[in-house]
Write a protein that binds this ligand. Structure first.
Ligand code: FES
Length: 88
């Protein structure tokens, strides 16, 4: 979907920039120039950026949770102390 007609910037481009590390609307504006011509897209740009930031944060949180539950305890003695027996 075209978000900024003046600059020809799409929501997909904005989401990609956020995935690549942009953390604010200001950074998106700096990278793409959205909102600098007629300004008619600014509220939509802000919404797309906020949604993209939220989605990236949720994905990072889910990845962290999955990894924290999938990593075996490197010290088997810890399992023995914690549970009273070796879980292996
Ligand atoms: S539509 Fe984005 S600056 Fe005009």
């Amino acid at each position: 979907m075209l978000v900024c007609q003046c600059r020809g910037v799409t929501d997909r481009q904005i989401r990609r920039l956020v995935r690549d590390g942009a953390h604010s609307t200001r950074e998106i504006v700096r990278a793409t120039g959205v909102g600098r011509d007629c300004g008619g897209c600014r509220s939509n740009v802000k919404k797309v950026v906020e949604l993209a930031i939220e989605q990236v944060a949720q994905r990072e949180f889910q990845t962290t949770v999955i990894h924290s539950h999938s990593q075996p305890d490197p010290d088997p003695d810890t399992d023995q102390r914690r549970y009273g027996h070796d879980l292996r």
